[in-house]
Design a protein around this ligand. Structure first.
Ligand code: AMP
Length: 473
């Protein structure tokens, strides 16, 4: 069995060299900007020499979890924060992060974005050594490994992190409070993003650059794959893992396609620009004659703009998203599930009726969203629907943190494009090709992880490892 995955999450770390400063409010705002990376739980751990370690986690959106009181209570000049992504796996407070171990002679607080594929084996090793686990998260495994190396085996922090990373297979971006200091780590394949910024004298680590923008911090650079960073005397100290530069870079393609915010730049590539290019590439592949190009909001808006610009066909809004639909609950009846979709998206009937439309979506994963969405669109009676998709057919699960779906749930793993077109009952269906997507991103293909679309994974996948799926009405 695979443990509860850490999935696509958002992480933050802030370091101030002024021990009297409280950085938790800034962590809060950074997490707020990263809310799209996880809505299930949120947490912050902070530290200063007077107050020691403090932390607070809760279920729900960042605004549900923290009120003024909780933030004010988190005194500390260093802090790490986390927003956790929701899957159909068990949703429980024990799995919320930052993960904290606090024992007599020390503590570790860690926020993790990623997924460790050999965590089961590592966990068993620790259990045999007498470690007791209170959650089923990978992050607890990493925390205990770090405790063993640093506090029990007395390695200094950098050597301890090196020793831990040597054993980890999978994806990880980490912000860690240990020994009264903040560290950031990015896996040697660079699967998950992590970047560094400066705000006055303070340093900030965050999953996406949008977090820096909201607190008016200045982006410095991305953490290099395989790099450990910490901050001292107004400088970024860098230490490369032994494996850095020795393995294939594998930046997650799906960050650009769907996951990251368009106003972020990851590894030098702006997400918005990439999505506009995806639209342009879709036009090259499928030059269709239509009245309007309509996005499925919000993630497909830049691609629809790209297609519209390249084709000269007007961009039109045809679906309105209710931006205030937060977490939707698992609805027991079909009627309620349908209501949840309508609550989220509603077609503008007058804009669609009798028109030939090109509808663009960022991806089809299980296909359930597309089916429901197209039912809504068809009620508005368009003359033709051409459905274009900004991600190649997803044929294999993600084992590195995007809880996509299991193989049997992935529509493109089980049906041909023609069959999917027939199931969706559209006039045409066109997926972007892998080559066109790689061109849109503008990074060499060998530097991307494309496992979900070509089944070539950058690490070995242990036999029997189960993929997680996400819940979305
Ligand atoms: P479906 O085909 O029903 O699985 O839904 C696909 C849609 O959900 C895509 O168009 C994305 O907007 C969104 N999506 C894709 N992957 C994920 C994911 N891992 N978690 C949440 N939403 C996703």
């Amino acid at each position: 069995m695979h443990g509860e995955m850490e999935d696509k999450c958002g992480i933050v770390g802030i370091h101030s060299s002024d021990d009297s400063k409280n950085v938790a409010p800034f962590v809060y705002y950074c997490l707020y900007a990263l809310q799209h990376r996880g809505q299930e739980s949120a947490g912050i751990a902070s530290f200063n020499s007077k107050e020691g370690l403090k932390y607070y986690c809760g279920m729900g959106l960042i605004t549900d979890v923290f009120r003024d009181y909780e933030i004010q209570n988190l005194e500390g000049s260093m802090a790490v924060g986390h927003v956790r992504y929701s899957t159909t796996g068990q949703s429980k407070l024990e799995n919320s992060q930052p993960f904290v171990i606090d024992f007599g002679d020390g503590f570790i607080a860690m926020a993790h974005n990623g997924d460790i594929v050999n965590s089961e084996e590592l966990r068993n090793e620790l259990i045999n050594e007498g470690f007791y686990f209170r959650s089923d998260s990978d992050s607890e495994v990493i925390c205990y490994m770090l405790k063993r190396e640093h506090y029990d085996n007395k390695k200094d922090v950098l050597d301890a992190i090196e020793a831990v990373c040597k054993k980890l297979v999978g994806s990880y971006a980490l912000t860690i409070l240990i020994d009264g200091d903040l560290y950031g780590v990015r896996d040697p394949m660079g699967i998950k993003p992590l970047a560094i910024a400066k705000r006055g004298e303070d340093f900030i680590l965050a999953s996406e650059t949008v977090a820096f923008d909201v607190v008016n911090a200045e982006y410095i650079r991305d953490v290099v794959p395989g790099e450990i960073v910490h901050f001292e005397n107004d400088e970024v100290n860098s230490h490369m893992l032994e494996s850095a530069g020795k393995c294939k870079l594998s930046h997650c393609m799906f960050e650009y396609v769907y996951f990251a915010r368009p106003d972020s730049t990851i590894d030098g590539i702006n997400v918005y620009e990439t999505r506009v290019h995806i639209g342009e590439q879709l036009h090259k592949l499928y030059p269709i004659d239509a009245d309007f190009v309509i996005p499925v909001p919000d993630s497909s808006i830049p691609a629809a703009i790209g297609y519209a610009r390249a084709s000269g066909i007007p961009y039109g809004e045809g679906l309105i998203k209710n931006r205030y639909v937060g977490r939707t609950f698992i609805m027991p009846t079909q009627e309620e599930r349908e209501l949840a979709v309508r609550l989220k998206l509603n077609p503008i009937k007058s804009a669609i009726k009798g028109k030939k439309i090109i509808l663009i979506d960022d991806s089809i994963v299980r296909g359930t969203t597309s089916k429901k969405l197209l039912d809504l669109v068809k009620e508005a009676e368009p003359a033709e629907i051409h459905f274009l998709v900004g991600c190649p057919p997803v044929i294999s699960p993600c084992y590195y943190g995007v809880a996509m779906a299991t193989k049997k749930e992935l529509i493109a793993a089980n049906y041909s494009v023609e069959e999917i077109k027939n199931q969706l009952k559209v006039d045409s269906l066109g997926y972007i090709t892998l080559e066109a997507l790689v061109e849109a991103i503008g990074m060499p293909e060998e530097n991307l992880c494309l496992g979900c679309v070509n089944e070539k994974y950058p690490t070995e996948i242990p036999e029997g490892l189960e993929a997680e799926t996400y819940y979305k009405p």
